[in-house]
Every structure is written in C-alpha cells, then in structure tokens.
Write a protein that binds this ligand. Structure first.
Ligand code: GLP
Length: 241
C-alpha cells in the first residue's frame, strides 16, 4: 500500500485527479470504478478542468459506480445517479451507455443486484476510486460484511445514516438501505485509489494503516490488494505517528 500525505483537501483532489488523468492518457479506453460522497468531489472538479483544457477525454471511458441508495428514484437530487451526473458526467464527453450505476428502482432488488453483479463480472476495472466511511466502510460495505460478498442490498448502520444526514433535510429522509458492490467486486479492480480527508476520518485512516485485517473494519481488506494508493491530508493523518 502506497500512502501519499498531502496538506489539505485541495492538494488531495489535485494529486488524485492527476493519477486518474495519467491513466486516461495512457489508456483512453480505461474502465473506472467511481465513488460518491464529499471526498471525490474536488478530484472530479479537477478532471472536468483537464477535460475542458483538452488534456483528457472520457469519449471511450466506461464507468461503474460503487453503490446507490434504495428507496430514492434516480431523479432525486441525492441519488448517486444524480450526484454523478451533477459532479462529473454532465460536464464531460462520456457516453451515457458507458455509465453504469446500480439501479435500485424496481420491485425485484435481488434481480437488480444480480444484473449489476453480472455486468461487473464482464467488466475489468482498471482503477477503482474509493472514499472511506468513518466506520471503515467502503462502498456501502458496513462493518461485519464478509470479504467474499458480491453486489447486495445492505441495511445502513445508524452511524452511516447520521454521517450522510447532511445531504438531506432530516434523518428520516436518509434511506435505510442501499445497493452496493461487494468487497469481492472491489478487490477485483487492478488498482485502487482511496482518498480520505478531514478529522472525521482520523480513526479510520489509523485503523486502515495499522495493517490489521478484520471484517469488523471493511477497508482493512485493502491491505491484501497488490496495488493500492491511499491519499490522506494532514487532518486525516492526525492520529498517525
Ligand atoms: C458514503 C459512500 C461511500 C463514501 C462514504 C464517505 O457512505 N457510500 O462510498 O466513501 O460515504 O463519504 P464522504 O466522502 O462524504 O465522507
């Protein structure tokens, strides 16, 4: 695991975007695994700037997102479908047919999980971008999830719902369930890029870098992947010696 320490969120966003842009320059047909949450917003802004400056293109890029809330229609402003279009896809030349986001709209959630999982089996993700939950979740794989898990519907923990309440008017509005790539899907990416910023991530970063691997801390499995880059800012690194 390569750890890159940077000063702040701004630098983190630039360094992370440069890693993705370098990949797209080398392989314009790359397949990216993408993430939502506050952590990647700045890096998406940098990618948009690089696209506008004609340094990179998404014309032949395919994307697979980690997760999506259940109980929210795609048209809801806080669905991850809306998030991704607002923060990246609407601003670049990606083709809509190359965008893949788990779909939790519909009555047969198991079938929707299986469909997404099959799509992932047929894809080969060159780089998977990850944030990290304060409780160590990646995607929406909450503590206790089996490392062998593939795409599934998860009941969100109270901690995760409270952490994500800031995007909604009240806790009641935060969905209780989500559909997420499983840990096994995430680990199949050729390269993983995890970004963590701010004090709220101090504990999670410390546990991740301790090297201990346990299902009670999902991100710890990344210690077993052969190509992981973790970018942390000074605040997130606050508990490291
Ligand atoms: C959400 C997402 C995760 C994300 C995490 C951290 O729960 N499902 O993919 O990594 O939150 O979000 P943030 O970057 O906003 O702290």
């Amino acid at each position: 695991m390569e750890v890159i320490k940077v000063k702040d969120y701004q630098e983190l966003s630039k360094v992370a975007a440069d890693i993705i842009a370098d990949l797209l320059k080398k392989n314009p047909k790359a397949t990216l695994g993408l993430a939502t949450g506050s952590s990647p917003v700045g890096l998406y802004q940098n990618l948009i700037k690089m696209y506008e400056n004609k340094e990179i293109s998404f014309k032949d890029v395919k994307t697979y997102n980690l997760d999506e809330y259940c109980e929210l229609p795609r048209s809801h402003p806080e669905s991850y479908y809306s998030f991704m279009h607002r923060n990246l896809f609407s601003h670049v030349d990606i083709k809509e047919e190359n965008v893949h986001i788990p779909c939790s709209e519909g009555s047969d959630l198991q079938k929707l999980c299986d469909d997404y999982n099959n799509q992932l089996h047929n894809a080969s993700i060159d780089l998977q971008l990850l944030g990290i939950g304060a409780n160590g979740h990646i995607g929406f794989n909450e503590p206790g999830t089996s490392f062998e898990q593939e795409t599934f519907v998860v009941k969100l923990t109270d901690k995760t719902r409270k952490d994500n309440q800031r995007f909604f008017n009240s806790l009641d509005e935060v969905p209780t369930h989500a559909m997420t790539m499983g840990i096994k899907n995430i680990m199949q990416a050729k390269k993983i890029l995890l970004v963590a910023s701010g004090k709220n991530k101090q504990d999670a970063v410390k546990k991740l870098l301790s090297g201990e691997i346990t299902e009670s801390f999902p991100a710890s499995i990344l210690n077993k992947h052969k190509d992981v880059v973790v970018i942390i800012d000074e605040e997130a690194a606050g508990l490291l010696k």
